[in-house]
Design a protein. Structure first.
Length: 403
């Protein structure tokens, strides 16, 4: 029996859609097992690239990584598609949990810890086999009925050489500017082979995990993208360089006039260490496993000298302060827009109607809103929008052919 004849696919029940294909509900006709089938368009992704992803998933056997059941080319009208049958994670995407909660009802740390710890285990397991995922984000994390997470979509993954003694050779620098723009690490977006600017795949996974964790507990993205195209990144880079002890979490919240007192000190500390722009200073996943927040421990207070205690206090108060001065020209506030809504300002010649955005507005710093105009959130913080992974982020939203 052919693989296509073995399964019944429900094309009306779509679980999700990415840049290179979509996932649907299916059933094994022999066993009755409910599965999911990922249909990949081979006009967008070469078969060898697909087989590389399949090979990785067949190699990586872990409770928090999606498991493959079958795979093969489609038949008949689907002959240009490649079908990958996987275990069904019926709890949906982690992204949906973030969107459902929004910014007014963010995920409690207890729940976030349980999910993040599973993600951490999955990614560390991948790293133990020399595999850097390179597209970690809430959309690529599924949940089953028991809230067990399943890491998916290894289409952009890189495999480092692994010796017989299980040691990993990471001496090779990576240069692919790939992933999803709001989750890709700064060094990924700055990669340039001609200039010799490469990156380490494990460190970029740590950054992406940090962005994902930030989304879980804050309900919004810390940056549009970690590059000079985003003024937020430029401000964050400068502040981290000027004051290495500055809290990234507090800085980001300050942009939107929000205190971050709703987060524990341990949570803030872990986020700050994962979101360090310098990958050499960023916390490794091996160290993240032992972080107090992950282990449900309290941070040990650092030794404070009499001379520095008052200065530290003033610095902390400044970082957490809410800026209520709308007339302060020294602070550049963000510009928001939505796929369906543009705030109407009669003094702004670039404001347009019917949800359309002109080219000049298109170049402004962006947080896409999935549903809600920012005035209706009541908090001045933009919501998130689904992002597609891309083999070449230099193409913008356009999808590159994956060879």
């Amino acid at each position: 029996m052919s693989i296509s004849a073995k399964y019944e696919i429900n094309w009306q029940k779509k679980y999700g859609e990415g840049a290179y294909g979509a996932t649907y509900a299916a059933k094994n006709k022999e066993t009755g097992e409910e599965v999911a089938v990922k249909k990949i368009d081979m006009t967008k992704m070469a078969e060898r690239a697909i087989l590389k992803e399949v090979g990785l998933l067949e190699q990586l056997k872990h409770p928090n990584i999606i498991e493959i059941r079958d795979h093969g080319r489609g038949e008949g009208s689907a002959r240009h598609d490649y079908l990958i049958y996987m275990e069904c994670a019926s709890g949906g995407e982690l992204y949906e949990q973030v969107i459902k909660r929004g910014i007014a009802n963010t995920m409690p740390e207890l729940l976030a810890r349980g999910l993040f710890t599973q993600m951490l285990k999955a990614v560390r397991y991948c790293h133990s086999y020399g595999v850097a995922h390179r597209d970690i984000k809430p959309e690529n994390v599924l949940l089953d009925k028991a809230n067990v997470i399943k890491l998916i979509d290894f289409g952009l993954a890189h495999s480092y050489p692994r010796a017989d003694d299980k040691s990993i050779d990471r001496s090779e620098q990576l240069y692919d500017v790939c992933g999803s723009h709001s989750y890709a690490a700064p060094e990924v977006l700055a990669a340039n082979k001609r200039l010799g600017h490469g990156y380490d795949g494990f460190a970029c996974d740590a950054w992406s995990l940090g962005v994902t964790l930030f989304c879980l507990v804050a309900g919004f993205l810390p940056l549009e993208r970690a590059s000079d195209r985003d003024w937020r990144y430029c401000k964050l880079r400068d502040e981290q360089a000027t004051d290495p002890s500055a809290s990234t979490t507090a800085i980001v919240h300050r942009w939107y006039s929000r205190p971050c007192a709703y987060l524990s000190a341990e949570m803030i500390d872990l986020l700050d260490k994962l979101l360090l722009i310098d990958p050499k200073k960023r916390i490794s996943l091996d160290d993240a496993v032992d972080h107090p927040w992950v282990r449900e421990l309290k941070l040990e207070p650092p030794p404070v000298s009499a001379d520095s205690s008052e200065e530290r206090k003033r610095s902390a108060e400044a970082a957490l302060a809410i800026d209520d001065d709308d007339d302060d020209d020294s602070y550049e506030r963000p510009v928001y827009r939505s796929v369906r809504y543009v705030p109407r300002d009669p003094t702004d010649a670039h404001n347009v109607h019917d949800g359309m955005v002109d080219e000049e507005v298109e170049d402004m710093p962006l947080y896409l809103s999935a549903r809600v105009p920012i005035e209706e959130t009541g908090m001045g913080v933009p919501t998130m929008a689904r992002q597609h992974g891309n083999i070449n982020l230099l193409l913008g939203e356009e999808t590159g052919f994956m060879d």
